[in-house]
Design a protein around this ligand. Structure first.
Ligand code: EIS
Length: 209
């Protein structure tokens, strides 16, 4: 089976509210996605994302009935920490987590769309670079941008990456990409809904690290 299809995102209700418990259960599997990139170079990224998830879970568990949706957490934190908000608590953790989620989305979508460097068709640099430029680059200062371009050289070959998404099974490329496309349906809707919530609540910040 495919790593992605084992951990599919649920369909959202019409009001696009996101159930915190379900969301946390599903994203908990995503850091393993970075193991598919096959190099220890990506460990700091994996731990940053895991840290965001741990932070949100810790806050949720303090009062699961109060924090039943992601929006209810943001609203409660806005109320409780008016001065620092949104640079605080789960609001900050989800702000960064959603960028990592967007990165994964754009990278997988670009692979599924068959975007390739015609001279190096087995490299995924074009797909990773596109995702980085659209999801993260503007939040990174010069130093971190340099680290990312160095990390890019450790990106796996396309064929190996697709194979690890299929948990090492010899799956035909078109089957693997069909799985990626199916995974992306609810995943993209969820990531879009989080972005929309940040825009609507005026919770987005654009400082760089
Ligand atoms: C946020 O991190 C925290 O997530 C958040 C809170 O602490 C907040 C405070 O401002 O900061 O600094 C982080 C940022 N997160 C901001 C960056 C971490 C990534 C690691 C840094 C660079 C190391 C790269 C590896 C270098 C190895 C080079 C060796 C060369 C041989 C090319 C593939 C890229 C894949 C990218 C996938 C998504 C990455 C997501 C990164 C998010 C980010 O930029 S809180 O924490 O609120 O939970 O406490």
């Amino acid at each position: 089976m495919s790593l992605l299809l084992d951990n599919q995102f649920k369909e959202l209700p019409p009001d696009k509210s996101i159930d915190t418990k379900l969301f946390l259960e599903t994203v908990a599997h995503l850091p393993t996605f970075f193991d598919c990139l096959g190099s220890k170079v990506f460990s700091p990224i994996k731990s940053d994302i895991s840290g965001n998830i741990t932070k949100i879970r810790g806050i949720y568990l303090k009062d699961p009935t109060k924090y039943v949706t992601l929006q209810s957490i943001l609203e409660a934190e806005r109320e409780a920490h008016a001065a620092e908000w949104p640079k605080v608590g789960a609001t900050l953790a989800l702000m960064w987590l959603k960028r990592g989620l967007r990165f994964i989305q754009i990278m997988l979508q670009s692979l599924a769309d068959g975007e390739k460097d015609e001279n190096n068709p087995n490299l995924i640099k074009v797909n990773v670079t596109k995702a980085y430029e659209q999801a993260l680059k503007k939040y990174h200062g010069w130093m971190v941008q340099k680290l990312f371009s160095a990390a890019l050289n450790a990106a796996p070959y396309r064929s190996n990456f697709l194979k690890s998404l299929s948990k090492g099974e010899e799956v035909k490329e078109d089957v693997c990409l069909a799985n990626v496309r199916q995974f992306l349906v609810n995943y993209t809707i969820t990531v879009d809904a989080i972005y929309e919530m940040y825009t609507d609540m005026n919770a987005e910040l654009d400082y760089t690290v």
